[in-house]
Design a protein around this ligand. Structure first.
Ligand SMILES: [Zn+2]
Length: 256
């Protein structure tokens, strides 16, 4: 890929990331995504376009509102930078094509779900429910994964979370995962197919278990705290998307 294409994909990602911030803050409140224009979270004064440039404005203004000087969360530029990076990675790995467009939409959905789940401990149906058919439609057009594989992926994804949720409720008498996680893993399966949805799930469980043990051991969390699982599923899906084929091949070679 040429340098200009790389820079262009990062810039598009940054601008899209700026819109994802709007989704992350407004979807849980049921507010419109288009109106009104972005406002300072402290003083509610509308943010001017030249103070709303992804990442750059945050750095230039030192993370403060130009009007009231109130602190702006570093999560805003972090979401923008993360989206820019994901756009670049996707272009580098898959090139410009129809599948890339669908994958970018998928990754945007994962970013929104991750930050809403971290903040509110809910996984918005407004993202995952349209995401499942979108993944299936993508498979009809791109054949990668095949439509049958995508449908199997959605079913396997939903089934895996459902089984673990039922098991955890019986075994530990507590709710581990909810309906939001079922829809999220079904969406991941619809986009990635059944092999990679398995991989996403086990990576998520592994990462979630390691981090939980670490946080409990260091006293940051207690045993009773509930850790949102959505971000781990999203992380597992990203790792499976970019490194999944290699990981699956490696695993099969281990078994042989
Ligand atoms: Zn302000």
């Amino acid at each position: 890929m040429h340098t200009e294409e790389a820079i262009f994909s990062v810039l598009v990602g940054l601008v899209v990331g700026s819109f994802l911030n709007v989704c992350i803050h407004r979807l849980p409140k049921g507010e419109s995504l288009v109106r009104p224009a972005s406002r300072c979270p402290v003083c509610s004064v509308p943010i001017r376009w030249y103070d709303n440039i992804p990442v750059l404005s945050f750095l230039l203004l030192g993370g403060r509102c130009r009007g009231c000087g109130g602190r702006i969360s570093w999560l805003y530029p972090a979401v923008e930078a993360l989206t820019g990076m994901l756009f670049l990675l996707t272009m580098l790995r898959f090139g410009l094509g129809v599948r890339t467009i669908f994958l970018l939409a998928f990754l945007c959905g994962l970013v929104v779900v991750t930050f809403i789940d971290l903040d509110h401990e809910i996984i918005p149906h407004a993202v995952t429910l349209p995401g499942i058919p979108l993944g299936l439609i993508a498979s009809l057009i791109t054949r990668d994964p095949s439509p049958r594989d995508a449908a199997a992926g959605a079913l396997v994804g939903a089934g895996l979370v459902y089984l673990v949720a039922v098991y955890a409720e019986v075994a530990f008498q507590r709710e581990s995962m909810g309906g939001g996680d079922i829809n999220l893993l079904a969406m991941i399966g619809a986009f990635l197919g059944w092999r990679q949805v398995f991989l996403s799930f086990f990576l998520a469980v592994g990462a979630g278990a390691c981090l939980s043990l670490l946080l409990i051991a260091t006293g940051v969390l207690s045993r009773k705290d509930r850790i949102p699982f959505g971000p781990f599923l999203a992380l597992g899906a990203v790792v499976a998307l970019f490194g999944g084929d290699g990981l699956i091949d490696w695993y099969w070679r281990l078994l042989r």
